[in-house]
Design a protein around this ligand. Structure first.
Ligand code: AMP
Ligand code: MG
Length: 505
């Protein structure tokens, strides 16, 4: 069935809120992997944000959120029939250091839905204490829940692999962070919430049986082609290297900084997961640190590809017992890991050339791209604005470059670059109209800038959730011109520079 027919068929079958047929394949792994427990009730819950697009995946129509039971269910107060809520256990490396056991300290897997929109694990975040809460309170605050909700849906619409967000449910229940804030629960959807850290957990505990069980589970349900390989576990590592390379190339190409690339925040499916102090670049700074708690800049924008590679080494180490014995196992892992670099280079090259509207691949392209990034870095040129404006470049009319060159501090530098860029475009007989269309399909106009999220959060604190809705609407079409929402594409106001986003959530 063509995609459009399928989409129409799914739309026609959408239903108001109603029971889901839930299963939970993760639960079948057994008690080494999790603790079963019900969410802690959220007092007097109300709807803060709802993604009709995500609801479709569960077979629900946009009206689903109007059902009072929708709200109590995703507050964690009404159990889903057939659900088998559990908190999973994982470990991980945080900021480069082994952190030991972590786990779902405030997330609960409610179950897995298998509807017209596919199989989706449903997880609530902020659902109360679990055995893995350590010193935390099991809750999430309204601020971070809105950011995760908008962030994940925005990334999906940008075309970046990500977990999805169904809704945010708020409550006036107080939660102590640096100040007293209020509680919220965000519902996330993903084919799997398994992280690198899940594997590290069983490796660190010498639980090689459980390790194998988890690897088999992941292969059977998510990477079935690995089963046909000579060494399925090595094939799994290789597949995760590929997925992660593709993921990080996407991030770099849209100017996304994750902020906390700890191994427990790395999805085994190569999805963006655990939106905390993430941020999109405004003025381009290759060393931009979006997480105020990351003093060393371990997770700075430019560091992300190497950190991903480092994290893959951690995963490889965890999988070693499955590869074979001693030195041979290490050699096998070492033969697979460098594929990340090759794959990342291919993926980033593809995306950067597309951002510049280049159809062909030439040896000098990398230098041309790097020169542009250097100029952008020196002038702190707005990442999103620059590429969107570049789409309108007129090949034979440099005099029309003014809005572009005015973005740079080194205007002569830009002019010199533009001469070479034009020569390169002529070389592949590029035409303005076609190139502009192609470039606007890959260079978004609308991204979730920190100040936009902040405005929505401030209003939501006053019980006005309309800005959450509006932002979601705008960010659902990031590549389209939306004249009525032009102000959402504007450069950040001066006060945005003072915004600090930390791990506190
Ligand atoms: P994160 O930095 O959000 O990825 O979280 C790292 C670890 O801390 C995970 O095990 C989380 O479940 C746990 N955690 C973070 N915040 C809380 C909280 N408020 N209550 C309980 N556990 C938390
Ligand atoms: Mg996490």
């Amino acid at each position: 069935m063509p995609a459009t027919d399928r989409s129409a068929a799914v739309s026609a079958s959408l239903k108001p809120y109603g029971p889901l047929s839930l299963s939970n394949r993760f639960a079948a792994l057994g008690p080494d992997f999790y603790t079963r427990l019900a969410p802690q009730a959220l007092p007097a819950p109300y709807l803060v944000g709802f993604s009709a697009d995500a609801a479709r995946l569960l077979g629900w129509s946009p009206e689903a959120a109007r059902d009072p039971e929708f709200v109590t269910t995703f507050a964690g107060n009404t159990p889903l029939p057939g659900g088998d809520p559990l908190a999973s256990v994982y470990s991980g490396h945080q900021f480069g250091v082994w952190a030991g056991q972590l786990g779902d300290g405030r997330a609960l897997l409610l179950g897995e839905s298998d509807g017209p929109g596919g199989r989706w694990e449903i997880q609530i975040k902020g659902g109360g204490l679990t055995p893995y809460s350590r010193r935390g309170d099991g809750r999430a605050v309204l601020r971070s829940s809105i950011r995760e909700f908008l962030g994940s849906e925005a990334m999906f619409h940008l075309g970046v692999p990500t977990t999805r967000a169904l809704c945010v449910i708020g409550s006036d229940a107080p939660v102590r962070r640096e100040t007293i804030e209020t509680a919220a629960v965000v519902t996330r959807l993903s084919p799997s919430f398994v992280r690198f850290g899940h594997f590290e957990h069983f490796w660190a505990g010498d639980q090689y049986g459980a390790l194998r069980q988890l690897a088999d589970f992941t292969i059977d349900h998510h990477y079935p082609h690995c089963r046909d390989e000579a060494n399925p576990y090595l094939a799994l590592l290789s597949a995760v290297c590929d997925a992660t390379a593709e993921l990080v190339a996407h991030w770099q190409a849209v100017g996304f900084c994750h902020g906390v690339m700890n191994t427990d925040n790395m999805s085994i499916l190569g999805l963006t997961i655990d939106y905390g102090p993430f941020g999109f670049l405004d003025g381009f700074n290759a060393h931009h640190i979006c997480n105020h708690s990351d003093a060393q800049g371990r997770y700075a924008y430019q560091a992300q590809p190497n950190v991903a590679y480092w994290n893959l080494f951690c995963l490889a180490q965890a999988l070693l017992p499955l590869f074979g014995e001693g030195e041979a196992a290490i050699e096998q892992a070492q033969s697979v890991l460098p594929a990340f670099k090759t794959r990342f280079a291919e993926e980033i090259d593809l995306r950067m050339r597309a951002k510049l509207g280049l159809r062909e691949s030439h040896a000098d392209d990398e230098a041309l791209i790097n020169r542009l990034f250097k100029l952008m870095h020196e002038g702190r040129v707005d990442f999103t604005h620059l590429f969107r404006t570049l789409a309108g470049l007129e090949l034979e009319n440099p005099a029309a470059d003014t809005p572009l060159r005015d973005m740079f501090i080194d205007r002569a530098g830009f002019d010199a670059w533009a001469v070479d860029y034009r020569a390169r475009l002529r070389h592949e007989a590029s035409t303005d109209a076609k190139r502009a269309v192609a470039m606007r399909l890959v260079n978004p106009k609308y991204i979730l800038r920190n100040h936009l999220a902040e405005i929505a959060i401030r209003r939501a604190r006053e019980k006005d959730f309309s800005e959450v809705d509006t932002l979601l609407k705008v960010l659902s079409h990031p590549y389209d011109e939306q004249p009525e929402f032009e102000r959402y594409a504007e450069l950040p106001p001066d006060w945005a520079g003072q915004l600090e986003v930390s791990c506190s959530s």
